[in-house]
Design a protein around this ligand. Structure first.
Ligand code: AMP
Ligand code: TRP
Length: 329
C-alpha cells in the first residue's frame, strides 16, 4: 500500500499564484510521482467560516474543481471530492473537539489573524477550523499533506491530536507531516511584508487574470531601491519575491535569472516576468475555459471521487466509534 496524501483548498473565490505555487502545482507534481495514494478535496465547510453568499457557493466549488483538473489533477489517479459530501469529516471533528483544549486553540495564528480581519464575525467555525482540518487529514490516514507555510501550525495540531488520541485509545491515527514547496510563502505584489492573500486582492495575481491584467499588475508591483537583478531576500525582499515567482513559474534557477538579466534593470525584468507568467498560465487557462463550458465533466469527476472517499472515511469513522466506546455492534 502506498502512503496516503491528503490536501484541500477552500472555495472562497479565485485562486492566486500564491495558492498555485505554494500548493496546487505541488499537488500535481506529487500525484504524478505515483508514490502516494492521493486525496484532494474542496474544503467547502471550511469556507463557511467567513462571510459568504449562498448564491455563489456552488459556482465557487465548481471553480476549484476546474482549477484542480486544469492544473493537471487526474480523477483516474487521485480521489477528488467535496468535503461536505462525506459526513465522517464533521463527525470526526466533533469527536476530536473533546481532545482539543481551548488554550491550545487560542494560540492558532490563523484564528488570531482572521479574527482581526473579520472582527464582526468571529464565530465558532473559525475557532474550530483547525480541528475540522485535523479530521480531514486523520480520517484518511495521511502521512503527508502538501500546503503553504501558513498551514504548518494546523498540521502540528493534527499531529498532537493524533498522538493524544492514540495514547488514550490505541493506535488509530497516522501523524501527518507537511510538504512545503520552495515557494511556500509568496508575498503580496504591493507589499512584500505581507503574504499574498485574497483578503488583499490589490496584491494578488489570479490564475484567471488575462494577459493584459498580468502585465499591468507586474508593472505596478513594488520594487526595492537599487537596480541590479540579484536574489537577496534580506536587502531586496520585493525583487526576491518576484524572482521566486519567476523561478517557480518557469522552472528555472535563480542564477539563471540573474545571468539572463545581467546589466538590465527592474523594468526589463518585470517585462520578462509578465511574459513568463502569461506563458505558464496559458495552457491552464485554456483547459479551464473548456472545463467550465462542460459542467458535466466536473459533476461526474466529483461524484466518482465522493464515492471513493466515502468508502475509506466510513470505515475509519466506524473504527473510531468502536475505539471510544460509542458503537453498540
Ligand atoms: P486556501 O485558499 O486558504 O485554502 O489556501 C490554499 C493553499 O494555498 C494552502 O495550502 C495555503 O497554504 C496556500 N497558500 C495560500 N496563500 C499562499 C501564499 N501567499 N504563498 C504560498 N502558499 C499559499
Ligand atoms: N486550511 C487549508 C487552507 O486554508 C485548507 C484545508 C482544509 C486543508 N482542510 C485541509 C489543507 C486538510 C490540507 C489538509 O489552505
Amino acid at each position: 500500500m502506498k502512503p496516503v496524501l491528503v490536501s484541500g483548498i477552500q472555495p472562497t473565490g479565485k485562486l492566486h499564484i500564491g495558492n498555485y505555487l505554494g500548493s496546487l502545482k505541488n499537488f500535481v507534481a506529487l500525484q504524478d510521482l505515483d508514490e502516494y495514494q492521493c486525496f484532494f478535496f474542496i474544503a467547502d465547510l471550511h469556507s463557511l467560516t467567513e462571510d459568504f453568499n449562498p448564491k455563489e457557493k456552488a459556482s465557487q466549488i465548481r471553480n476549484v474543481v476546474a482549477d484542480y483538473l486544469a492544473a493537471g489533477l487526474n480523477p483516474k489517479q487521485s480521489v477528488i471530492f467535496q468535503q461536505s459530501e462525506i459526513p465522517a469529516h464533521t463527525e470526526l471533528a466533533v469527536i476530536l473537539n473533546n481532545f482539543a483544549p481551548i488554550g491550545e486553540m487560542e494560540r492558532m495564528t490563523q484564528f488570531k489573524d482572521k479574527s482581526k480581519n473579520q472582527a464582526g464575525n468571529i464565530n465558532m467555525g473559525l475557532f474550530d477550523y483547525p480541528v475540522l482540518m485535523a479530521a480531514d487529514i486523520l480520517l484518511y490516514g495521511a502521512s503527508v499533506v502538501p500546503v503553504g507555510e501558513d498551514q504548518v501550525q494546523h498540521l502540528e495540531l493534527a499531529r498532537t491530536l493524533a498522538r493524544r488520541f492514540n495514547a488514550k485509545f490505541g493506535k488509530t491515527f497516522v501523524e501527518p507531516k507537511p510538504i512545503l514547496t520552495e515557494a511556500k510563502r509568496i508575498m503580496s505584489l504591493d507589499d512584500p511584508t505581507k503574504k499574498m492573500s485574497k483578503s488583499r486582492p490589490q496584491g494578488c495575481l489570479f490564475l484567471d487574470d488575462e494577459p493584459d491584467v498580468i502585465r499591468k499588475k507586474v508593472q505596478r508591483a513594488v520594487t526595492d531601491s537599487g537596480s541590479e537583478i540579484k536574489y537577496d531576500p534580506e536587502r531586496k525582499p520585493a525583487l526576491s519575491n518576484l524572482m521566486s515567482v519567476y523561478a517557480n513559474m518557469a522552472d528555472v534557477r535563480m542564477d539563471q535569472i540573474e545571468s539572463a538579466f545581467k546589466g538590465k534593470g527592474y523594468g526589463d525584468f518585470k517585462k520578462g516576468l509578465a511574459e513568463v507568467i502569461i506563458q505558464a498560465l496559458a495552457p491552464f487557462q485554456e483547459k479551464k475555459r473548456k472545463l467550465l463550458a462542460s459542467p458535466g465533466i466536473i459533476k461526474k469527476a466529483l461524484a466518482a471521487g465522493n464515492k471513493k472517499a466515502s468508502l475509506v472515511a466510513d470505515k475509519k469513522i466506524e473504527e473510531i466509534k468502536e475505539k471510544i466506546g460509542i458503537s453498540l455492534d
